[in-house]
Design a protein around this ligand. Structure first.
Ligand code: FNR
Length: 344
């Protein structure tokens, strides 16, 4: 059943993808200064994440593993990560923690990208010992813990016990030999959630907001009768989550990353300008791999790096740090939400 679910998630994520729909990132703009541009060659795209230096500030975010088809996808994603020099996460390893014959569908990522920064991935319900095994399975540099209560609620077979999740995350963070990053799966981490995660020993948070892959929509499409169609707009956009996170108290020592609805290099720049250290992409890269093939994904990753440098040069920014000083405009629904939440 679970193996079948992995294949269905990939198929539905691909089928339901619609990048022409506006999302929160469209509310983020910049004032154009015609004489501010710098030489493209001066732009340094590198960033630091959890103590490591990444040459590029975007990465292939958590998706899959656990079946033959998804093993092939992970192999392609791994080779693309290696060719482009980007970090990569696997999908949830729960299935392989229960059935060792499926481990290889995850290990393939490390095999194909031996030098990449690799994230392992589990949910809060695994034991600290299982979390350690997930890290070992991939010789991972860090562990992602996905927090997906909205998705679980919509799945008839999903979890129904959530009240101990924060405690469980703390136990995992205390037990694994690598830093822990907590992430949503497309519904957004609020400032309150991020503050709680920091108290629980988590070192980084990927806000993974709404606007791209939507697991309520995906789960609704997996069954003939959709029970929760009206929940499809649940959650906060990545742009709004980042705005909120800019107002975290200085005492919250957590690194902020972003994902959810990132469609092109301008969205990456928008997220970086809103304070993200790095930007994860799932749906768009999966789509490129499945529709156009591995070489096309490798070319797409190179194109993103090149265009990021160009956009930053246009904005007069030689480094990611300089993006925090640009003239940012927040409009539309994102501005309205920010006003309601007292964020200026
Ligand atoms: C995901 N995502 C995900 N996240 C996670 O932490 N563990 C997982 O196993 C999965 N599985 C998964 C499967 C597929 C097919 C997709 C497309 C995505 C969620 C992903 O990491 C990300 O948070 C969201 O997809 C939002 O980003 P995009 O897709 O809008 O770029």
């Amino acid at each position: 059943m679970s193996t079948e679910r992995k294949d269905q998630h990939v198929a539905l994520a691909q089928k339901l993808r619609d990048e022409s729909r506006p999302n929160g990132f469209d509310d983020i703009g910049f004032i154009h200064h015609s004489l501010a541009a710098i030489d493209v060659a001066r732009v340094d795209l590198s960033t630091s994440v959890l103590g490591a230096r990444w040459p590029l500030p975007f990465y292939i975010n958590a998706m899959t593993g656990g079946s033959q088809r998804t093993a092939r996808i992970n192999a392609g994603l791994g080779r693309a990560a290696r060719a482009a020099g980007v970090a990569i996460a696997t999908g949830s390893q729960h299935i392989a923690l229960r059935d060792a014959s499926l481990e290889d569908s995850f290990r393939v990522v490390r095999r194909e990208a031996p030098d990449a920064f690799v994230f392992a991935n589990v949910g809060p319900t695994v034991s600290p010992e299982q979390a350690r095994r997930a890290v070992q399975m991939l010789d991972a540099d860090a562990l992602q813990v996905h927090i997906n209560p909205a998705q679980e609620i919509v799945m008839p077979e999903g979890d129904r016990q959530f009240s101990d999740w924060a405690q469980r995350i703390e136990a995992i963070a205390g037990a694994v030999p690598v830093p822990v990053l907590a992430k949503e799966v497309g519904f957004g981490l609020s400032r309150r959630s991020i503050e709680e995660l920091a108290r629980r020993g988590v070192r980084a948070a990927d806000v993974s907001g709404a606007g791209g892959t939507n697991f309520i929509d995906i789960e609704n499409h997996r069954r003939r009768r959709s029970e929760y169609g009206y929940l499809a707009g649940w959650g906060q956009s990545s742009a709004f989550c980042l705005l909120e996170s800019l107002h975290l108290p200085p005492a919250v020592p957590l690194e902020i990353l972003a994902s959810g609805g990132v469609r092109h290099p301008l969205d990456v720049v928008r997220a970086l300008a809103l304070g993200a250290r790095a930007v994860g992409v799932s749906g768009h890269f999966l789509h490129t791999l499945l529709d156009e093939g591995e070489e096309a994904l490798i070319a797409e990753l190179a194109r993103w790096a090149e265009q990021l440098s160009s956009i930053m040069a246009l904005m007069g920014c030689a480094s990611l740090a300089e993006l925090s000083k640009v003239d940012l405009l927040v409009t539309g629904r994102t501005a309205e939400l920010a006003r309601l939440r007292g964020i200026d």
